[in-house]
Design a protein around this ligand. Structure first.
Ligand code: TNX
Length: 517
């Protein structure tokens, strides 16, 4: 059906509804023109309009223990945006006036696939799993918020139709460096909330570095008592207690985001070396470090105590991390000779296995004897692409010149670094993880991740202005099929998301590449 005919349908049905209701709803766009990000796989517009106030309840079909927190969060969302209190009618049989969350195991082979149907008097969100239902709810929430922010009227309505959707990549990640600067539990939760709007499903937590150790380890308490007490620039730093960490893991899980802990080894370890003299080859604790150099520290690979330390740290953190991966760093160990690095990694990889985690590391790990399931995170500059020797390992794309949120947007960006070049929005969006690095087999690539290193990032506003909107583009690369993605179309849809971010008081970068609405 042409857009023109669709619009006639749409407008005529709108007139019918308008005539029958005293408070006419005002539809803002037809469903297949909604500025959704990520762009769904398929959107079919129907000729109905659904006034939001027909919805009175949530009902669920299929059981899952995670339905409850998700439903409660959705009911709060609905209250906030429509002023209406939804009833949670678990076993109700009547779908009229309800939003139905339906788990249907036979629906799809993809955990995250969903179908969202908006009819004149009901909404259905169906998935193979609760995770799929959740991704569909995020699409529905964007429709509500985008309509509300653009509409003149206080009476909201949604355009009718069907969205069938599934992700391209199973790994769509963000990384936050809490070591160079520390960020509170509240800041991390706020970041998680924003990431979940755009269907990001992994948050990699860079928990230790030269400038700070940020996670309580009960068997090595000085790591945080000493190593957690400063940060870049000499500020007071901080750390997460194990209770804090568990709270973050749970908060993320309720939003279908898996936390991946990283302890960077054997380099980037000055905070640990300053906390425990015995981890140093010369038995002398180093000074705490608050600068931004890299590549000067290393654990002492010849000492047994080093492996007792690594074992305790990996064990305590793994026990609190339900996700499949444990990230052992491995980058920029410039003062660890390669044969020592490889020996250290052989033992460390065995420890990761002992605690039932899949090892993950920066791509420098490739020199060690890595098990086939190891996930290598590719971060180099474009000039270094040829240095990567493809093995069979799985690869996560975090190319500095495309993914690094700490790279400046342009020459006048106040925050950030520029060693991998400037990263404006179009460059961050307009590429394909499958053909960025020559010689990689496309099936090796499991997704992409946008790291935010925080040498220059001090508070939540700094995080926000560097991450948004670039990470929204990364989220779409991860979700939407490459053949459906076009920069001009994306830039148009993104232009509506400035208001969405403003409504959430997120300080985003108002790039001049976008004609913001
Ligand atoms: C390189 S990327 C690093 C980090 C820095 C970052 C700054 C990587 C694995 N290591 O230690 O923070 O550059 O952009």
């Amino acid at each position: 059906m042409s857009n023109f005919i669709k619009k006639i349908f749409f407008v005529s049905s709108f007139i019918l509804v308008t005539m029958s209701a005293c408070n006419p709803p005002e539809p803002i766009y037809v469903l297949d023109e909604a500025p959704l990000i990520p762009l769904p796989s398929s959107v079919v517009t129907s000729d109905v309009v659904m006034p939001l106030d027909v919805i009175r309840s949530v009902r669920t079909i299929g059981a899952d223990e995670r339905l409850n927190p998700i439903t409660q969060n959705f009911i709060s969302f609905w209250k906030k945006h429509t002023q209406q209190e939804l009833l949670y009618a678990v076993d109700a049989t009547d779908s009229n006036g309800a939003i139905t969350f339906e788990i249907d195991k036979g629906f799809s082979s993809d955990q995250e696939a969903y179908k969202l149907v908006i009819a004149s008097n009901e909404i259905t969100v169906k998935g193979k799993s609760i995770e799929g239902v959740f991704r569909g709810l995020k699409t529905l929430e964007q429709l509500v918020v985008l309509s509300k922010l653009q509409g003149e009227s206080q009476f909201l309505s949604l355009p009718g139709g069907e969205i069938t959707d599934q992700p391209t990549y199973g790994y769509r990640g963000a990384m936050l460096d809490v070591a160079r600067h520390f960020f509170s539990v509240a800041d991390v939760k706020r970041y998680i909330d924003l990431l979940s709007i755009y269907k990001i499903n992994f948050l990699h937590f860079h928990l230790s570095d030269d400038q700070g150790w940020r996670i309580e380890i009960k068997s090595w308490p000085k790591l945080t008592e000493i190593g957690g007490q400063t940060q870049v620039g000499g500020g007071e730093g901080g750390f997460y207690t194990q209770e804090d960490f568990k709270e973050i893991v749970k908060y993320a899980a309720d939003r279908f985001i898996t936390i991946i802990p990283e302890i960077d080894l054997p380099g980037h370890t000055n905070a640990a070396l300053a906390s425990y003299a015995e981890l140093n080859c010369n038995d002398k604790a180093t000074e705490l470090y608050t600068g931004i150099e890299v590549g000067f520290s290393t654990l002492c690979v010849d000492k047994e105590v080093t492996y007792a330390f690594v074992d305790d740290v990996i064990r305590e953190i793994s026990e609190m991390s339900p996700g499949p991966y444990f990230h052992i760093g491995g980058d920029e160990s410039h003062v660890t000779p390669e044969k020592d690095f490889n020996r250290f990694m052989d033992r460390t990889l065995a420890i990761v296995k002992k605690y039932n985690k899949i090892p993950m590391g920066w791509y420098e790990l490739i020199t060690a004897k890595i098990p086939e399931e190891t996930l290598l995170q590719y971060w180099a500059k474009t000039e270094d692409f040829s240095k990567v020797i493809p093995k069979k390992s799985k690869i996560l794309m975090s190319a500095a010149s495309y993914n690094y949120l700490d790279m400046k947007y342009d020459s006048i960006t106040p925050l950030g670094l520029s060693w991998a070049g400037y990263l404006p929005l179009k460059k961050a969006y307009d590429w394909d993880p499958k053909n960025l690095v020559p010689n990689l087999v496309p099936d090796q690539i499991i997704g992409l991740e946008a790291p935010l290193w925080t040498e220059t990032i001090e508070d939540f506003d700094d995080i926000a202005v560097m991450a948004f909107p670039r990470i929204i583009g990364h989220a779409e690369i991860g979700w939407t099929n490459a053949s459906q993605r076009k920069w001009e179309d994306y830039a148009h849809r993104l232009s509506f998301h400035g208001r969405l971010l403003e409504a959430l008081e997120v300080k985003y970068h108002p790039a001049t590449e976008i004609d913001w609405k």
